[in-house]
Design a protein around this ligand. Structure first.
Ligand SMILES: [Fe+2]
Length: 429
């Protein structure tokens, strides 16, 4: 008893899906679609075809297991297309609606056309409910719905026009809408598959985009740091060294990957405001007077202003430039407020260590024991105690800051936001 409906279901499914695949192969751009149909999209196309096949078989069963109650026929065909739409979107609902509707049209009968229209409509309704819930923007479903409507209208029109003519023409008129709905179903499935293909292609390209942006960012930041450090011949490589020390201290504390990356970028750009300080003041060998000191101090705010001009990632790093001369307990510049942010504190400690541990024309570098004493004396006052404790631990383990082992951090975590934005643009194109 059960075998016959199962065989019928298998046969109908085979017919519907083979029609779909053959039509896909005959479409104008099989080169683009074949890889998708062949499943070269990490299995997504198979999953989508499986999804359509599942609800299509459900819908076909709904027709085959219909029960007569008097003159009314009760079936659950529309549930299949509705669920296909509700779980896969309008295109999937339309695909199942059209394929299942074609089967019903082939069976014939006075209500076949109206029931087919219902099945298609159910698929679209399910799809639009899903779109409404997921706020999707796949514009193709509206034209497809209009095409399916046109197929229904053409069936009625042709039947009326050809009534009274030969049987052959009437048969032709009866077959036309079936071909129409099958084609619409195919187009709907194609839109689902091509979207999957596009997403797959984008995913495989995303890693490439991220690597590209990260490399550009790396080089731009290096260039910026080199330009800043070149302004003052006595402090060559200052920014790079500060970045290295800050990363070492941050890693010692156990900060997250993104915070480590921010410390690296913050170190490279923290003195960018020195570009605006005149050479005569920046490289003056003697003691600075008060007005010259004010000009030097302006580099903190000026750096933040420069970094904020173009927004984006560098604007996020402007706080390092603005606040790296503030003190933990207050009294620094430009604002003099207490500065308890641990990332800023780490950069300030790194800046101080670099200043003490490097040679200057007017003084030699401080011996390591003196650097340790200076750090201890400033902890909790000028410098953040957590950052100082981590720096002292590093000195105890690895000795001079020049010997600290620092791995250049991965900036991908900072870049991924930009890549996500790019992905959104391509998908919505
Ligand atoms: Fe500075």
């Amino acid at each position: 008893m059960l075998l016959r409906p199962l065989v019928e279901l298998g046969w109908n499914l085979f017919q519907a899906l083979s029609t779909l695949v053959v039509t896909l192969l005959l479409l104008p751009s099989p080169g683009k679609l074949l890889p998708v149909v062949a499943g070269r999209t990490t299995g997504s196309a198979y999953r989508e075809l499986g999804h359509i096949a599942f609800w299509l078989s459900f819908s076909l069963l709904g027709t085959m297991l219909s029960v007569k109650a008097g003159s009314v026929s009760i079936d659950f065909r529309d549930v299949g297309s509705l669920m296909a739409g509700a779980t896969g979107g309008p295109a999937a609902g339309l695909a199942v609606g059209c394929l299942s509707g074609s089967h019903l049209l082939a069976l014939g009968g006075p209500t076949a056309l109206a029931c087919t229209a219902n099945t298609i409509l159910s698929g679209l309704v399910g799809g639009f409910v899903r779109r409404w819930r997921a706020a999707e923007t796949e514009a193709i479903s509206i034209p497809l719905a209009l095409v399916s409507l046109a197929a229904g209208v053409s069936r009625v029109s042709l039947t009326v026009l050809l009534s009274g003519t030969s049987d052959a023409l009437r048969t032709f008129a009866g077959v036309l809408p079936m071909v129409g709905v099958t084609l619409v179903g195919t187009l709907a499935t194609m839109s689902v598959l091509s979207r999957i293909g596009r997403m797959h292609a984008l995913q495989s390209n995303k890693a490439h985009y991220v690597a590209l942006i990260e490399d550009s960012l790396d080089r731009t930041l290096d260039l910026l740091a080199t330009v800043v450090d070149a302004r003052d011949e006595y402090t060559a490589r200052h920014s790079t060294q500060v970045a290295r020390y800050a990363v070492a201290i941050g890693s010692r504390i156990g900060l997250e990957e993104r915070q480590i990356a921010e410390l690296w970028v913050g170190g490279l750009v923290h003195d960018v405001g020195k570009i605006a300080v005149p050479d005569a003041i920046l490289s003056k060998p003697g003691i600075l007077d008060e007005s010259e000191r004010q000009v030097i101090k302006s580099h903190a705010k000026e750096g933040a202003r420069i970094l904020r001009i173009h927004g984006g990632l560098l604007a996020d790093m402007a706080r390092f430039a603005e606040l790296h001369h503030e003190r933990y307990a207050g009294g620094g510049y430009p604002y003099g407020h207490p500065q308890a942010d641990v990332l800023i504190g780490i950069l300030t400690v790194a800046d101080s260590i670099e200043a003490m541990a490097s040679h200057r024309p007017y003084r030699a570098s401080l011996p390591l024991p003196e650097v340790v004493e200076e750090l201890k004396a400033a902890s909790g006052g000028k410098l953040h105690p957590i950052a100082v404790a981590a720096a002292l631990a590093l000195i105890e383990n690895d000795g001079s800051p020049h010997h600290w082992r620092v791995e250049r951090p991965d900036l991908r975590c900072l870049v991924s936001t930009a890549a996500d934005r790019l992905e959104g643009q391509v998908l919505n194109a």
